[in-house]
Write a protein that binds this ligand. Structure first.
Ligand code: SDX
Length: 416
C-alpha cells in the first residue's frame, strides 16, 4: 500500500493511497481527524471522493463516459433505455430472456395509484412538473410498504416516473390521463402518454421514439453529480427509496444542474427576442458583474467536450430535419457554440457545451413545453439514482456527515 505524507504543524502523517480500476488515485483521509484533529476543506467537493462506485466512469479530460464499462456512444446508438436501466441497476446488460422478464416486471408495476393520479389533478395548472414529480414520488412511500422487496419498489419507480410526468403535463392542460400499454417500449409509451389520447389511435413516429430513447440513455447516469450525491446522502440515513429519489428530483431541479436545459431554452428565447444578438450575450457571460451565465456551457468534470453534447448535437440535426423544423433558436445555439469554442474566456476556463445545451432544442421540436424539460431529465436519471442508492445500500455505508470550519462568534454570556 503506498502512502501520501502530510506534514502539519511539524508532525508527519502517513495517509494511505489507493487506485480504482481506471487508475484514478485517491488519498484516504478517513483517519486524518483522529490523528491530527485537522480536517480537509473542499467547498463544492470538487476534489473530494465520497465513495467508491462501479456504476459509471467519467474521464473529464478525455471526454469519456462509460456505464459499467460500456461507452455512452455505443449504448446511445445500440441499446434501448430499459436495457441501460437494467445495466446500471443490476450491473449487466440483460440477456434476451432477462430483458423480456425485466420489461414484463416493469409493465406489472407501471400503473400509478389512482389516489396519486387524483393528487396530480389537484395541483395548480401552472405547477412546475418537478414540484409534482418530487411530491408524488415522496407520496409513493405512503402507499407502498418497506416490507415489500426492494426490486418491486425499483420497478415501480423506473416505470411510474414516466407516467407521473406525463400525467402532470396532461393535468395542467385539463387532459385525461393516458395509461401505458404493455406492448409498447418505454420511450413510445411515454410519448403516447404525453401526446396520445385515451381513445386516439396515436402512433408514435419511429424517429421520435428513437430520439426519446437516446435522450433517456444519455441522461441515465453521471456518477456523483449533485442529484446523485443527494440521493446517496439521503439514502445514507436509511431513508426509504422513495424519499431518496424525491430528494434527487429536488436537487436536479436547480438551473445549475438539471434545470439548465430549461434555462438554455429561456436564454435562447431571450436572445431571439432581443433581435438574435448573441454576441451581446457572449460578452455579458464574460462579465461576472452581469450575473448572466451561458446556460448549457461548462461542467465541473468535463474539461473537454461532454460526449453527450456531441451525441445530442447530431440528434438535433436528425430530428429537426425529419420533422422539417427550422428553429431559429438552433441557429443561435450553433452560433454561440462556434464563438465559445474560439473565445479565450471560454477556452481558458474550458467551458464547452454540456448535455443540457442541445437537449432542450430537441425537446422543443418534439413538442414538449419548456417546463417539462427537467422532468424529462429526471425520467432518464431515475435508473442512475437507483443504481447508486442500491450500491450504497448493499455496502451498508455510514451515514454521510461532513465536518465544517466554524467562523461565528466565540463564547459569550447571555445578557442579564
Ligand atoms: C449538469 O455534475 C454533473 O455530472 C452534472 C450533469 C449530470 O449529468 O448530472 O452533467 C448535468 O448539471 C450539466 C451542467 C448544467 N449546468 C449549466 O449548464 C449551467 C451553466 N454552467 C455553470 O453554472 C457551471 O459551468 C457549472 C455549474 C456547470 C459548473 O460550475 P463550477 O464547476 O462550480 O464552475 P465555476 O462556477 O467555479 O466556474 C469556473 C469559472 C468561473 O469564472 P472565474 O471565477 O474563473 O473567472 O468559469 C466561469 C465562472 O464564472 N463559468 C462560466 C460558466 N460556467 C462557469 N461563465 C459563463 N458561463 C458559464 N456557463
Amino acid at each position: 500500500m503506498s502512502v501520501a505524507k502530510l506534514v502539519l504543524e511539524g508532525k508527519e502523517y502517513d495517509l494511505p493511497v489507493f487506485s480504482g480500476s481506471e487508475g484514478e488515485t485517491a488519498i484516504d483521509i478517513a483517519s486524518l481527524r483522529a490523528k491530527s484533529t485537522a480536517i480537509t476543506f473542499d467547498p463544492g467537493y470538487g476534489n473530494t471522493g465520497s465513495c467508491q462506485s462501479a456504476v459509471t466512469f467519467i474521464d473529464g479530460e478525455k471526454g469519456i463516459l462509460r456505464h459499467r464499462g460500456y461507452s455512452i456512444e455505443e449504448l446511445a446508438v445500440n441499446a434501448r433505455f430499459t436495457e441501460v436501466a437494467h445495466l446500471l441497476i443490476y450491473g449487466e446488460l440483460p440477456t434476451a430472456g432477462q430483458l423480456t422478464q425485466w420489461r414484463s416486471d416493469l409493465a406489472d408495476h407501471d400503473q400509478v395509484h389512482q389516489q396519486l393520479l387524483q393528487m396530480i389533478s389537484h395541483f395548480p395548472p401552472a405547477a412546475h412538473p418537478m414540484g409534482i414529480l418530487s411530491s408524488i414520488i415522496a407520496a409513493m412511500s405512503t402507499y407502498y410498504s418497506d416490507d415489500e422487496p426492494v426490486d418491486v419498489h425499483i420497478r415501480r419507480l423506473v416505470s411510474q416516473v414516466a407516467m407521473i410526468a406525463a400525467a402532470a403535463y396532461r393535468s395542467s392542460r385539463g387532459l385525461p390521463v393516458v395509461f401505458p400499454r404493455r406492448e409498447l417500449g418505454y420511450a413510445a409509451n411515454f410519448l403516447r402518454m404525453m401526446f396520445g389520447g385515451p381513445t386516439s389511435d396515436y402512433v408514435v413516429p419511429k424517429v421520435l421514439e428513437d430520439a426519446m430513447n437516446m435522450l433517456l440513455i444519455v441522461h441515465a447516469d453521471h456518477e456523483q453529480n449533485c442529484s446523485t450525491s443527494t440521493v446517496r446522502m439521503v439514502g445514507s440515513s436509511q431513508a426509504n427509496i422513495y424519499a431518496s429519489m424525491a430528494a434527487g428530483v429536488c436537487a436536479l431541479w436547480g438551473p445549475l444542474h438539471g434545470g439548465a436545459n430549461q434555462a438554455v431554452l429561456e436564454m435562447l428565447d431571450a436572445i431571439h427576442a432581443d433581435g438574435g444578438d448573441y454576441k451581446k450575450y457572449m460578452e455579458m457571460a464574460k462579465r461576472k458583474d452581469s450575473g448572466f451565465r451561458l446556460m448549457g456551457f461548462g461542467h465541473r468534470v468535463y474539461k473537454n467536450f461532454d460526449p453527450r453534447a456531441s451525441l445530442l448535437k447530431k440528434a438535433c440535426d436528425d430530428v429537426l430535419d425529419h420533422l422539417g423544423v427550422l428553429d431559429p433558436l438552433l441557429d443561435i445555439a450553433k452560433n454561440l457554440e462556434e464563438i465559445a469554442l474560439k473565445d479565450e474566456f471560454f477556452i481558458e476556463r474550458k467551458l464547452y457545451p454540456n448535455v443540457d445545451f442541445y437537449s432542450g432544442i430537441i425537446y422543443r421540436a418534439m413538442g414538449f413545453p419548456v417546463n417539462m424539460f427537467t422532468a424529462l431529465f429526471a425520467i432518464g436519471r431515475m435508473p442512475g439514482w437507483i443504481a447508486h442508492w442500491r450500491e450504497q445500500d448493499a455496502e451498508g455505508a455510514r451515514i454521510h456527515r461532513p465536518r465544517q470550519i466554524y467562523t461565528g462568534p466565540n463564547l459569550r454570556a447571555y445578557p442579564k
